[in-house]
Design a protein around this ligand. Structure first.
Ligand SMILES: Cc1cc2nc3c(=O)[nH]c(=O)nc-3n(C[C@H](O)[C@H](O)[C@H](O)COP(=O)(O)OP(=O)(O)OC[C@H]3O[C@@H](n4cnc5c(N)ncnc54)[C@H](O)[C@@H]3O)c2cc1C
Length: 280
């Protein structure tokens, strides 16, 4: 499979990587950790552009936001104290739950977002944290809200650009969050994954985000379920209502791992668990 490759490029700067991607077009693909693209190399790819020498493996803790370079590995995220501070460590949990250690040490956040598909673990956490991504293009940089990034099945707004960094606005210190994942085995990909974040204001929910993965062609927020929690206490009748909204609205697909009905049921179960965890 790798025999189809004619060139492996090592650009020394992001600008050079962007230029090379533009020059080679559809015949070239960026490679970061390689855990996704190496086993699934598309037939048209003749050239890989290595991104690991561009200095994009950073986590910068700034006053307004956390900036995470695209080639930061899942392991770096999982052990970062700055990432752990964001909404009870929702992104940290998504970077280590169920990941085989060898993969976690190599796989990057950028690769998980661009290539990970609907079951990838970091997208629900980043959706729940209102992240933005920065894409480097020939004409300059473009900022894309994470909600607009996942366009269709394994298709993102990165297009012919290179994902440079992910920016996460700093949530309130009291913001709570939970990431949950359910797979057939502890190291299998998620049958469903979910991230919930919220703040509590005098016992009432505010700034609610509920995002799920593996329940459709792209990871997505369930806006109606979020609205059903706003200004409500986290009590059992409210939670029952949110669970029924989630199970009604998700539109999972059947694959070799699970039926659509099983995934729908699981989406409700994980939502209930996450809300009970936050309530406690
Ligand atoms: C055994 C195994 C277990 C796994 N377990 C999990 C798991 O538990 N959870 C999970 O979510 N995933 C899991 N994965 C999937 C995979 O490891 C992740 O999606 C990983 O994060 C991809 O990152 P990477 O750096 O290896 O990407 P690569 O394989 O290098 O690239 C993936 C895709 O993204 C593109 N790309 C990468 N970086 C950029 C960039 N900066 N700009 C533009 N395009 C870019 C590439 O061109 C390619 O199309 C697993 C994979 C394996 C093989």
């Amino acid at each position: 499979m790798i025999r189809q490759l004619e060139e492996f490029l090592y650009p020394q700067s992001l600008a050079e990587a962007v230029q090379k991607k533009h020059e080679y077009g559809e015949a070239a693909a960026p490679i970061a950790g390689g855990t996704e693209i190496v086993p699934n190399l598309p037939p048209e790819i003749r050239c890989l552009i290595d991104l690991t020498r561009l200095g994009l493996d950073y986590i910068e803790d700034e006053a307004e936001c956390l900036r995470i370079g695209a080639t930061t590995t899942m392991h770096q995220l999982a052990v970062s104290p700055a990432v752990a501070k964001l909404a009870s460590g929702v992104l940290s949990s998504s970077s280590c739950q169920g990941w085989p250690t060898e993969v976690r040490n190599t796989a990057t956040l950028g690769g998980n977002l661009v290539g990970g598909g609907p079951f990838a673990d970091s997208p629900p956490a980043l959706l729940a944290l209102d992240a933005e991504v920065v894409v480097a293009r020939l004409g300059g940089e473009e900022r894309v809200p994470i909600q607009d990034f996942f366009v269709d099945y394994r298709r993102t707004a990165v297009g012919q650009g290179i994902l440079k960094e992910i920016q996460i606005p700093r949530p309130a210190a009291a913001a709570r969050g939970v990431f949950l994942k359910f797979g057939r085995s502890p190291v299998d990909q998620a049958l469903v994954n979910l991230a919930v974040t919220m703040e509590m204001d005098n016992g009432l929910c505010s700034k609610v985000r509920i995002a799920l993965g593996a329940i459709g062609r792209t990871p997505q927020r369930i806006l109606e379920a979020e609205r059903a929690l706003l200004e409500k206490p986290l009590e059992s009748d409210v939670i029952d209502n949110v669970v029924s909204i989630v199970t009604e609205l998700v539109d999972p697909v059947l694959d070799l791992r699970a039926s659509a009905d099983y995934r729908r049921e699981l989406a409700g179960v994980l939502t209930r668990r996450a809300l009970l965890q936050i309530a406690s």
